[in-house]
Design a protein around this ligand. Structure first.
Ligand SMILES: [Zn+2]
Length: 236
């Protein structure tokens, strides 16, 4: 695992949340026994670790995220996340999720969960909102304000695949820190591994909503492909 940043404790928050069922643990390592271990010389079973990716569907529960014409960001975030999970699994990646349903979870425990399970990357999936300007559209990724190379490479891999898969999309690029220029979003601040927050279009843009609804599978396959391509560069 490529680690970054300072270690933040509070695993107990994660454990408490897990015990009340907000988070589901999905087995993060796969042990495959050697087919030659019946020979006398095979003293050790090789252990093959699958790459673990943590996906985080933004918001949930009372926190609906952005809203426009009765469309809630939290629902789109979860639909996209579940579809990306499926795609990644078909590529042989082990996926853990911070939420599987309409649960409400704070942001720090989401990243702490990825830290606890030593995920190789953390991708938080959101949709954007722009007050009063329906014409504002496009896809962007937010990373740590220091523009860490690992974060930038992850975000680039995802955006490049999206651009190829759905060229009608407006690619707004990679942004660091937060919208108001202060610090970092919690996900990127707490994650000890390469991370990014993907904003897959604006809920407030009928054009983006049309693209997402029409090319949903292309988007989710592209996100998975980008994450997969990035994990292949990690040598794990
Ligand atoms: Zn959001």
């Amino acid at each position: 695992m490529i680690k970054k940043g300072i270690q933040y404790g509070c695993v107990c928050c994660v454990l408490v949340m897990m015990s009340i069922g907000c988070l589901q643990i999905i087995k993060n390592k796969t042990v495959i026994k050697s087919v030659i271990d019946q020979t006398e010389t095979a003293s050790l079973d090789p252990v093959i670790y699958k790459t673990v990716v943590c996906l985080d569907a933004g918001h949930g529960g009372d926190d609906v995220g952005a809203e426009s014409n009765g469309r809630y960001e939290k629902d789109d975030d979860l639909d996209i996340t579940l579809a990306v999970k499926k795609e990644l699994e078909s590529l042989g990646i082990e996926v853990i999720l911070t939420r599987l349903d309409d649960s409400s979870i704070d942001n720090a425990p989401r990243a702490e969960y990825a830290n606890l399970y030593e995920a190789a990357v953390l991708v938080s999936i959101h949709r954007n909102y722009y007050e009063g300007a329906e014409a504002v559209d496009g896809i962007e990724a937010w990373i740590n304000s220091q523009f860490l190379q690992v974060d930038e490479a992850l975000a680039t891999a995802i955006l490049e695949e999206i651009e190829k898969a759905v060229p009608q999309s407006t690619i707004r690029g990679i942004k660091g820190g937060t919208m108001d220029g202060e610090g970092n979003y919690t996900i990127n601040r707490v994650a000890q591994m390469p991370s990014c927050i993907l904003e897959l279009g604006f809920v407030s843009s009928s054009y983006d909503n049309y693209l997402l609804d029409t090319y949903f599978n292309d988007y989710t396959k592209a996100i998975a492909k980008g994450i997969y391509a990035y994990t292949k560069t990690l040598n794990i």
